[in-house]
Design a protein around this ligand. Structure first.
Ligand code: DGT
Ligand code: CA
Ligand code: CA
Ligand code: ZN
Length: 596
C-alpha cells in the first residue's frame, strides 16, 4: 500500500468525524497524521510491520496512529474507517470533491435540508434554499452551482502523469510475464491528452490467453469487467479502467491507428478513405472495388500505421495532434508543424527555493538544472502577498539576488537568471516596487487570489499587470487545477493581444495538475504571434522533470521550437527578456501559418 492511499484513509476519517461534528481535537490529529503519512520518505505500511521504530521517530505520529497503520497494512482497511463510513450516506463524501465545500457546510446541508447527493445540492441551490442558512448567502450559493458545474466537467478523469505511470506499470508487468512481439499504449495516453479517461494497451504475441491472464493478474487489478480471448477490461485500485487488446501482427498498425484516435480524427480519416475508394477499420485498410463494394475485400495495409496514412496520401502525424484540428489538411499539403521536442529545451524559467515554499536551495536547484543538461535556469520565488509561502519583500529579494551571484560564481557552466514570481494584486498592481523589479533579469506575474472576479474585472486586472514594462511572463494564465478547479473567468483573446503588444510571453505551466495554458490556448497564442515559455514551476529539484508534461501540451498546441523561448540560446533569450526582440511575432507575417 502506498503512502497516498494510507493517507487518504486517515483524511477520510477526519472528514467523516467533522461531518459528524466530533471532537475537533481528534479531527485535527487525524488530519495531521494524514499529512505526515503523505510526506513520509519511506513506505509507511511496510515500516509499520517491519520496523515500527522508524515511524515512532517521526514527530506527530503516536502509538494510536502506528496501530492503525499496522491494521491497514495487515487487513487492507481500518475498522474505525469502515464503521464511520457506514454511519453516513456514501454519496455525502462525494460532496467533498466540490471545490471550496468542506465537511462543516456539508454537515449543515445534511442536517438542515437532508441533502445527501450532488443532485440534491444542485436542486436546493437552484431553488435558492441554501442562501438563508447560517453563514450562507446569494454569492456562496452561486459558487456552489459553479463548483457543481466544474465537477461534472472534470469527473472521472485522471491526470496524465498518473495515466502514463500506471500504463507503464501495466506494460512492464506484461513484458515481464509474457513473451510479446509488439506493445504500445493507445488512446489518450498515447496522444498525451492533459487528462485520461481510461488506459488502452495493445499487444501482439503468440499466446493471447497468457497475455490476458497476466493482465488481469496484475496486483493493482480490483475488478475484472470483461475477459475474452483477445481482450480484457479491468478496474484498477486507483479507480481507473484499463483495456488490453491482443492483436494479429498483420493488423497491429491498423488497431494502433484506430485505438489511438482521437475519435474526431478517426471520423475525418474514415471519410477521407471513403472518398478515395478505401474502407478503414481497426483491422486494416481495404480497397473497395469500382461499385463501392468490398467484396472481395483487398487488404492493402494494416501492419504499420505509417503505411495506412501513406496510402491515404498523408504523412504520419504525431499522436499529440490527432484531434481533427486541421492536421489532416496540413499532412496532405506536407506542412505539418515541426513540433518542439524535449531535446530543444535549454532551460527552465520558473522555480522556487527554500527562501519561500520550495524544498531545495538555489545551489541545489542550479546543480539539478545542470545535471539535466540545461544552459540556464531562473530562480523565481513568490512575493510577499503570498504570506503563507513566506513570500519575499523587496529587501529579502535584493538579498537573494546577491546570493544568486555568489552561487553563480561558484557553479559556472549554468547561467542563473534572477527572477521573481510576483503576485498580481486586486486591481492589477504588482506586489513589489518597480524599482526592484527593474533590477531583475526576469519578472513572472501570476494570480493567486480572488479567483472569482467577473470576466471583465479579471481580464482588466491581468492586462494591467502585463502593461508593466518589467513583466516578461504570465504564469499559469487561467489558474485551473485539472480534475479539481476550473479556470477563472478571463477573456484570453484580450490577454493574448495585450501580451503581444507588450512583448510578454505566456507560460505553459508544466505541472501535471495545471498544464495551463491548455493545448488549444497555446495554439491561439501562437497564431497571434505570442511567445510561450514552458516552465516546471518546480518546488523541489525532482520536479524539474515535469517539463516533459509541458512539452506534451506544447506539442498538442502545435508549437515549434521557435515559438518557445526556453529553446533559445542564452544570448537570444536575454534579448527577449530585455524586450529588444520578440521573434515569433516579428517573423510571422500571417496568423495561422504553421510554417513561416
Ligand atoms: P479517454 O479514454 O476518454 O481519455 O479518451 P480515448 O481517446 O482514449 O478514448 P477511448 O478509450 O474511449 O477510445 C480509444 C480510441 O478508440 C479513441 O481515441 C478512438 C477509438 N474509438 C473509440 N470509440 C470510437 C468510435 O465510436 N468511433 C471511432 N471512429 N473511433 C472510436
Ligand atoms: Ca482511453
Ligand atoms: Ca478505452
Ligand atoms: Zn510558481
Amino acid at each position: 500500500m502506498e503512502n497516498k492511499d494510507l493517507a487518504r484513509i486517515f483524511s477520510e476519517i477526519a472528514d467523516i468525524l467533522e461531518i459528524q461534528e466530533a471532537n475537533p481535537f481528534r479531527i485535527r490529529s487525524f488530519r495531521r497524521a494524514a499529512q505526515i503519512i503523505r510526506d513520509l520518505t519511506f513506505n509507511g505500511a511496510q515500516a509499520s510491520r517491519e520496523d515500527p521504530e522508524k515511524l515512532r521517530k517521526i514527530p506527530g505520529i503516536g502509538e494510536g496512529t502506528i496501530k492503525k497503520i499496522q491494521e491497514i497494512a495487515e487487513t487492507g482497511a481500518s475498522q474505525e474507517h469502515e464503521d464511520l463510513k457506514a454511519q453516513i450516506p456514501p454519496s455525502l463524501l462525494t460532496l467533498l470533491e466540490l471545490q471550496n465545500l468542506g465537511p462543516k457546510k456539508i454537515s449543515l446541508f445534511w442536517k438542515t435540508l437532508n441533502i445527501g447527493t450532488i443532485e440534491e445540492l444542485e436542486k436546493a441551490a437552484r431553488e435558492e434554499k441554501l442562501r438563508s442558512l447560517p453563514g450562507m448567502g446569494e454569492k456562496s450559493e452561486a459558487k456552489i452551482l459553479k463548483a457543481i458545474e466544474d465537477h461534472r466537467l472534470l469527473q472521472g478523469r485522471f491526470l496524465l502523469d498518473d495515466g502514463i505511470e500506471i500504463c507503464q506499470g501495466l506494460m512492464d508487468h506484461l513484458k515481464s510475464k509474457v513473451k510479446l512481439k509488439r506493445i504500445s499504449p493507445a488512446g489518450s495516453v498515447r496522444r498525451r491528452r492533459e487528462t485520461v479517461g481510461d488506459i488502452d494497451i495493445l499487444v501482439t504475441c503468440d499466446s493471447p490467453l497468457e497475455a490476458i491472464d497476466a493482465f488481469i493478474g496484475h496486483p493493482d487489478v480490483q475488478e475484472v469487467l470483461s475477459q475474452g480471448e483477445t481482450k480484457a477490461s479491468v478496474v484498477l485500485r486507483r479507480g481507473l479502467q484499463a483495456d488490453l487488446r491482443v492483436l494479429e501482427d498483420e493488423s497491429f498498425g491498423a488497431a494502433l491507428q484506430y485505438f489511438t484516435g482521437s475519435k474526431a480524427h478517426n471520423v475525418a480519416l474514415r471519410e477521407r478513405a471513403k472518398r478515395r475508394g478505401y474502407k478503414i477499420s481497426e483491422y486494416g485498410l481495404f480497397r473497395l472495388d469500382q461499385s463501392g463494394e468490398e467484396d472481395p475485400p483487398e487488404k492493402v495495409a494494416g501492419e504499420n500505421e505509417e503505411e495506412i496514412y501513406r496510402l491515404l496520401g498523408l504523412s504520419l502525424m504525431p499522436p499529440e495532434i490527432r484531434e481533427n484540428r486541421g492536421e489532416i489538411e496540413k499532412a496532405e499539403a506536407g506542412q505539418l508543424p515541426d513540433l518542439v521536442t524535449l531535446e530543444d529545451i535549454r532551460g527552465d524559467l520558473h522555480m522556487h527555493t527554500t527562501a519561500t515554499d520550495g524544498r531545495n536551495s538555489i545551489e541545489e536547484m542550479a546543480a539539478a538544472g545542470r545535471a539535466v543538461g540545461y544552459q540556464y535556469i531562473a530562480i523565481t520565488d513568490h512575493s510577499k502577498a503570498l504570506a503563507m509561502t513566506g513570500g519575499l519583500d523587496e529587501k529579502r529579494l535584493l538579498g537573494q539576488m546577491e546570493e544568486i551571484d555568489q552561487v553563480a560564481s561558484r557553479m559556472g557552466k549554468i547561467h542563473i537568471f534572477k527572477g521573481i514570481e510576483v503576485d498580481i494584486l486586486n486591481e492589477g498592481d504588482l506586489d513589489l516596487d518597480d524599482d526592484v523589479l527593474s533590477q531583475l533579469d526576469l519578472v513572472i506575474v501570476s494570480v493567486h487570489s480572488r479567483f472569482n472576479l467577473s470576466r471583465k474585472e479579471m481580464t482588466s486586472r491581468i492586462c494591467r499587470a502585463l502593461e508593466n514594462p518589467h513583466v516578461n511572463i504570465l504564469a499559469h494564465p487561467t489558474g485551473r487545477l485539472l480534475t479539481k478547479r476550473g479556470p477563472y473567468q478571463v477573456d484570453l483573446e484580450q490577454v493574448i493581444q495585450t501580451a503581444r503588444e507588450n512583448r510578454v510571453c505566456l507560460e505553459i505551466n508544466a505541472h501535471p495538475s495545471r498544464l495551463d495554458l491548455s493545448d488549444v490556448h497555446c495554439r491561439m497564442a501562437r497564431d497571434q504571434g505570442v511567445l510561450i515559455s514552458i516552465n516546471s514551476d518546480s518546488h523541489s529539484r525532482k520536479m524539474l522533470g515535469y517539463q516533459e508534461y509541458g512539452l506534451f501540451t506544447a506539442r498538442r498546441g502545435w508549437l515549434e521550437a521557435k515559438d518557445v523561448i526556453n529553446t533559445f540560446p542564452l544570448e537570444k533569450l536575454r534579448k527577449v527578456l530585455k524586450k529588444e526582440e520578440y521573434p515569433a511575432g516579428d517573423s510571422r507575417p500571417e496568423a495561422g501559418n504553421s510554417k513561416s
